[in-house]
Design a protein around this ligand. Structure first.
Ligand SMILES: Cc1ncc(COP(=O)(O)O)c(C=O)c1O
Length: 444
């Protein structure tokens, strides 16, 4: 059914009657489906179970430090730093492996910047805000983006400024204009590869513009959350220019914080998390960490390094993940195509036409669907009432407010193929219902 072609009240009512019948049928099934969060499924977690078995291997790190005891470098074991460096295309000396949650490191970096300042900064961010007459510190947020990023900057008191996400990365004209003119803008969130939720990878041109930024705030930081750096769905990886070395060409390497983790390589929330940065930053952050803790969990670092081994073996591990989840992504995309016709481009891309637009990701964990304007909340309410839960409407925007109320994030990795099929059929039906109900209201 092409909902956009329905014009008269009779046509719309006729279509609504048919769709409501289908909807009542789904409701009667008492469904309980959850497509909310991008987590690995049980089979993916099983791929790393071998890691939990020490198999009598020694507990010694390659530098001779006993992983069961205090001691060793605050920046992490040499083998774990090497594994992360290979993931991020940087040198091990630029890496600090720390804990098991990259989100925690991001929070920590911002909290410390507020209280203590960053390398090269004249004073803590909070002190600057107070001295400037209490003006609010600000953070740039390419949208749609990751709800947990936005929650951190919201709770830590920043004013968040939306920047449009395009098919090749954020609107860089806007980013440059804003950071070059406002000293209170202290950072920007980015997920540069297989973006959450749009799936896009930043182009070389966009990365080069980031590297060359001239922020008014000399202690500005680019938060480069490269969570999906190795998470290819297909054999060939999207290529992402490495930002720290690119920024170095402009003397800007201290402006960059890169983050990643193995939450979706090994175990979610129980993997390796890391920050990569310039040598100045690594030294500065390492010093702060040594006040905060005696040392990280070296046992986890050691077993991860032994399990992941090197770049080639990591590629094999990720190919096994892809085999498990690629069919789910392809199923979602084929149903969207069946339900809504051909899409004209990725979400955020220009020229999207038809009732909805969505991306065709080549990696990562999400499909981003743009429903017709002002229909996402209602569509997801209807879906929830039929027992199918998605990430709440608005979640992909700061303050939970999608100005066009249209973006829907689909996370297909956890449910089975049958569940994915059912959930996306219900979603498509609810989008059509929301659209036609609105069209009926607004055109009468
Ligand atoms: C973009 C992004 N960053 C960070 C995380 C969380 O990572 P971690 O488990 O390392 O805290 C996620 C999880 O979904 C994510 O999508």
């Amino acid at each position: 059914m092409d909902c956009t072609a329905l014009v008269t009240k009779q046509e719309i009512d006729g279509a609504l009657a048919q769709l409501n019948l289908l909807y009542d049928g789904y409701k009667a099934q008492g469904l309980k489906l959850d497509m909310q969060r991008g987590r690995p499924c049980a089979e993916q977690l099983g791929l790393s179970n071998a890691m939990l078995d020490w198999g009598g291997a020694p507990y010694l790190c390659e530098n001779g430090v006993d992983a069961r005891n205090y001691g060793g470098d605050i920046e992490g074991t040499p083998e774990a730093r090497r594994v992360v460096a290979e993931m991020l295309d940087v040198l091990p000396r630029n890496v600090i492996v720390w804990g098991s949650s990259s989100l925690n490191i991001m929070y920590d970096c911002i909290a410390k910047a507020l209280l203590l300042g960053v390398y090269g900064g004249s004073e803590p961010w909070l002190a600057q805000a107070a001295r400037g007459g209490g003006g609010k510190l600000k953070f740039l947020c390419p949208v749609p983006g990751y709800d947990r990023h936005f929650l951190i900057t919201e709770r830590l008191g920043f004013e968040m400024i939306n920047v449009e996400m395009r098919a090749d990365g954020p609107d860089m004209d806007a980013v440059e204009r804003l950071v070059e003119s406002d000293e209170l803008i202290k950072g920007i969130w980015n997920i540069p590869k297989y973006n959450n939720p749009t799936g896009i990878t930043y182009s070389d041109a966009v990365v080069r513009r980031f590297a060359a930024l001239r922020p008014k705030a000399r202690d500005f930081r680019i938060f480069w959350d490269n969570s999906y750096c190795v998470h290819d769905l297909y054999g060939e990886s999207d290529s992402l220019t490495e930002l720290i070395s690119e920024a170095k060409k402009h003397g800007n390497e201290d402006m960059v914080y890169v983050f990643t983790s193995t939450s979706k390589v090994t175990f979610a929330g129980a993997g390796l998390a890391a920050i990569a940065a310039s040598e100045n930053n690594v030294k500065f952050i390492g010093k702060q960490l040594s006040v905060q803790s005696i040392g990280a969990d070296k046992l986890n670092q050691l077993r991860h390094a032994r399990f992941i081994q090197d770049r080639a073996h990591l590629k094999e591990i990720m190919a096994r993940h892809a085999e498990l989840i690629r069919p789910k992504f392809e199923l979602v995309l084929s149903i969207l195509k069946e339900e809504f016709g051909e899409t004209a481009g990725a979400a955020g891309a220009e020229g999207a036409g038809g009732l909805c637009a969505w991306n065709n990701p080549r990696g990562g964990y999400f499909i981003s669907l743009d429903a017709p304007d002002f229909c996402a909340t209602e569509a997801l309410r209807l879906a929830a009432e039929a027992g199918v839960r998605f990430t709440p409407a608005g979640a992909t925007f700061p303050y939970g407010k999608d100005p066009r109320d249209r973006n829907i994030r689909i996370a297909p990795t956890v449910p089975s193929l049958d569940e994915v099929r059912l959930a996306v059929r219900v979603l498509a039906l609810c989008v059509k219902l929301a659209y036609l109900n609105r069209k009926r209201r607004t055109s009468i």
